[in-house]
Design a protein around this ligand. Structure first.
Ligand SMILES: *Cc1c(COP(=O)(O)O)cnc(C)c1O
Length: 413
């Protein structure tokens, strides 16, 4: 007899930079019956998902589909498919996820050139463009929204410069996709990788991405499937082919194309979830959704400032979906987080590396990004800080947030 209890997770208010709460309609979709992967009902679901992703990524790209795995699987798929050993890759870093781009590029055998700007700020695009001229890389990899520092890098000028110089620009938009505009075509981004568990509000486990014909050309030059076995073997030995089977985008696109060449078995239930999440997102409308994220961010920021706490980082490049707050002197940040979780069932995030113990991070992403949640987190944080004997102007935080919402009557948030 086994006495493991039935699963019964607590109902949390999740205000972290992911994973965030999921719309009940997405949870329901996850429980639908399984279809075979070549069932026409399922393949039409795949096609619809690609069409919806094109709208989300604001692109005419043919290729917009998810890789099965968490967000970094999409990042790894793009980098391993594009980087040939010895290729020069430039990575401007302004937080933790920039280091991930370096690590993966190095594993792909790239000669990586990276430089870092102070955490809490972003790059002046000119600085990046100068580095591209100086180093002449074949690929530039950058993060759009750094969840670790709450900063967002403007990409349009960098994209334009890369296109003029025929350099591929690959962007990690995991944190931003679905919460703030990611203009793939207008900004000349060659490949963009997203994730599900942040502003799309679908559970973690898929990495929707898109890439253009410039990327496809490179993929075709490394494709082995149609070559003779001997030729493929020698090309592989010389590193001219894509080193991963699972992450080989040239094979993945054959699976997502009308050819439906068998590769992996598509993650049925996750695709149901993604499809429903995208449907809900497009029903809300991109502009309305971005506005909702902006207003809840503004209310949260007003509340945090109303409480007398300091925001971390350069406000002119603030990431709208993550707010970083300096932990006041003498306050144990982890003790505050535990009390929020245990007494209020609210989760906020700590931080990494140099910022560990120095800041809290509050996410306003996707389904979690609601007026109710912002007001709850402000009220609860105030109560917990008072409990930790931190002096603050009691009652001001929620009032300041309510003032922001009062000026936005008629907007659903
Ligand atoms: C969350 C995040 C990732 C990693 O996502 P996983 O789903 O955990 O693999 C990568 N980049 C950024 C900017 C993120 O915010």
């Amino acid at each position: 007899m086994s006495n493991y209890k039935e699963l019964s997770p607590s109902l949390r208010t999740i205000m972290t930079p992911g994973p965030v709460e999921v719309d009940p309609r997405v949870l329901r979709a996850l429980s639908f019956p399984i279809l075979g992967q070549f069932d026409p009902e399922f393949t039409s679901l795949m096609n619809e998902t690609m069409a919806m992703l094109r709208e989300l990524y604001m692109t005419d790209n043919e290729w917009c589909y998810p890789v099965d795995g968490t967000s970094r699987s999409g990042i790894e798929a793009v980098l391993v498919s594009l980087i040939q050993p010895g290729d020069k890759v430039l990575v401007p870093i302004y937080g933790r996820f920039g280091h991930l781009l370096v690590e993966i590029s190095e594993r792909c055998g790239a000669e990586v050139i990276f430089f870092e700007t102070e955490w809490g700020t972003v790059f002046d695009p000119e600085e990046v463009i100068k580095a591209i001229h100086a180093h002449k890389p074949s690929l530039v990899a950058m993060v759009h929204g750094e969840t670790s520092t709450g900063q967002m890098q403007p990409l349009a000028e960098i994209g334009k410069a890369c296109r003029e110089l025929d350099v591929l620009l690959v962007v990690d938009a995991v944190a931003t996709i679905g919460g703030t505009p990611v203009e793939t075509d207008a900004w000349h981004l060659d490949a963009v990788m997203g994730g599900t568990q942040k502003c799309l509000s679908v559970p973690s486990g898929m990495a929707p991405l898109t890439y253009n014909s410039r990327v496809e050309k490179k993929l075709m030059s490394r494709k082995t499937v149609e070559r003779g076995l001997r030729d493929a073997t020698s090309a592989r030995a010389e590193g001219r082919t894509i080193a991963s089977n699972y992450f080989d985008l040239s094979q993945l696109q054959d699976y997502w194309s009308s050819a439906r060449l068998n590769h992996h078995t598509e993650a049925t239930s996750m695709l149901y979830g993604l499809h429903e999440g995208l449907r809900i997102l497009l029903q809300e409308g991109l502009d309305t959704r971005f506005q909702r994220h902006r207003i809840n961010e503004r209310a949260l920021v007003a509340g945090i400032q109303g409480m007398g706490l300091k925001l971390y980082g350069d406000m002119s490049s603030k990431l709208p979906v993550v707010t970083c707050i300096g932990i006041p002197d003498g306050i144990d940040g982890e003790s505050v987080r535990s009390m929020l979780l245990n007494d209020f069932s609210i989760e906020i995030a700590s931080s990494f590396g140099p910022l560990k113990g120095k800041i809290w991070r509050i996410g306003t992403m996707g389904f979690s990004c609601q007026r109710k949640n912002v007001l709850h987190v402000l009220g609860a944080l105030e109560a917990v800080l008072l409990r930790h004997r931190h002096a603050l102007p009691a009652g001001e935080a929620v009032q300041a947030a309510l003032d922001v919402y009062a000026g936005k009557e008629g907007v659903l948030c």
